[in-house]
Design a protein around this ligand. Structure first.
Ligand SMILES: C[S@@+](CC[C@H](N)C(=O)[O-])C[C@H]1O[C@@H](n2cnc3c(N)ncnc32)[C@H](O)[C@@H]1O
Length: 308
């Protein structure tokens, strides 16, 4: 932090206001009143920064117009506009992505799913694995896999055209345009000969909140992020169950389905998969608090062929 900014009474006053009024949601653990203020200060100066870029940022003195803009930005944030919607930036697995109301702001907790998919892809030993990320949103998981495995053939899809547009923008932003994004319902965009029975991995962070609970989510989420990103039907697992039945047609024998699940859903969903003959190995991964948040299942067609 430069002396210039530190000396400005505006900095201290806004920091005190954020400390008193800012509600930080548990799924945004990297935000603090100070980091929020620094991101918004940078924005008032005309720079769009993600939280991870703050260590190399030295805020400068603001002009009168910039000070007024900063006051507005702080008010917008306190009224519930997500920080990532204001800055247009969000960190995911060590990379800065574009963020907007077009798609869910990628969450820190979903990095566990992305890491699991990358580890699994490395372990299967395919030189150029074929991977599909459904419910791709901003494209964060697909683009993380493609960044970690430059030879992988990575596709993503989402039902929302706006989300697909943002995912494509992110592919350009990261110079990873070899990742192809399609629009459609779950795996429908891939039900062609190129994919049927040939896919090494299907990954998904689906909507998994029950419809009734979607209404009760904090306003920062319910008023600013697409409902489609959360609503998993009456019991929250509608999309996940559809995926369980549609994935076998696309996976090659030995291919993997890897997905994020909601709090409390993991053990029941894992039991349900393990009870189906198509899945030969079902693994559950817990987060730091011991909650199962990622499930992996290995597809093995019961009679040696595919289910297609
Ligand atoms: C929880 S968000 C995940 C976004 C992103 N993959 C991430 O991890 O940040 C779920 C996504 O699923 C999409 N979606 C909801 N229903 C879908 C469906 N039937 N087919 C494809 N995508 C769907 C939503 O538009 C949203 O982008």
């Amino acid at each position: 932090m430069s002396d210039t900014a530190e000396l400005q009474p505006q900095f201290d006053a806004l920091l005190a206001r954020l400390e008193a009024e800012l509600e930080i949601l548990p799924d945004k653990p990297d935000e603090t009143p100070r980091s929020t203020l620094l991101c918004l200060w940078a924005l008032a100066e005309g720079r769009r920064l993600a939280l991870s870029e703050l260590p190399s940022y030295a805020p400068g003195a603001l002009s009168t117009d910039q000070s007024a803009r900063l006051e507005t930005l702080v008010s917008q944030r306190l009224e519930g506009t997500p920080l990532a919607h204001l800055t247009g930036r969000q960190d995911f697995l060590g990379e800065v992505l574009l963020a907007s109301p077009a798609a869910l702001v990628p969450r820190r907790e979903t990095e566990q799913l992305a890491r699991t998919t990358i580890d699994r892809l490395r372990s299967i030993g395919e030189a150029s694995p074929l991977v599909i990320d459904v419910c791709t949103g901003a494209g964060n998981i697909a683009l993380a896999m493609a960044g970690a495995l430059p030879e992988a053939r990575v596709f993503g899809a989402d039902l929302s055209e706006d989300a697909v547009d943002l995912a494509r923008e992110n592919a350009r932003f990261l110079d990873r345009e070899r990742v192809e994004f399609r629009c459609g319902d779950l795996l429908a965009p891939f039900e062609t000969g190129e994919f049927l029975g040939r896919v090494d991995m299907i990954t998904c962070n689906p909507p998994y909140i029950s419809s009734g609970r979607v209404e009760q989510m904090p306003g920062e989420i319910s008023r600013h992020e697409p409902r489609l990103a959360f609503d998993g039907g009456p019991f929250g697992v509608g999309i996940i169950r559809k995926l369980f039945s549609s994935a076998p047609a696309l996976l090659r024998p030995g291919g993997w389905l890897v997905l994020e699940v909601g709090l409390g859903q993991g053990p029941g969903l894992a039991r349900s998969l393990a009870g189906q003959p198509a899945w030969s190995e079902v693994l559950q991964h817990a987060d730091k608090r011991g909650e199962i948040r990622v499930i992996e299942a290995r597809f093995e067609p019961p009679h040696g062929g595919t289910d297609s």
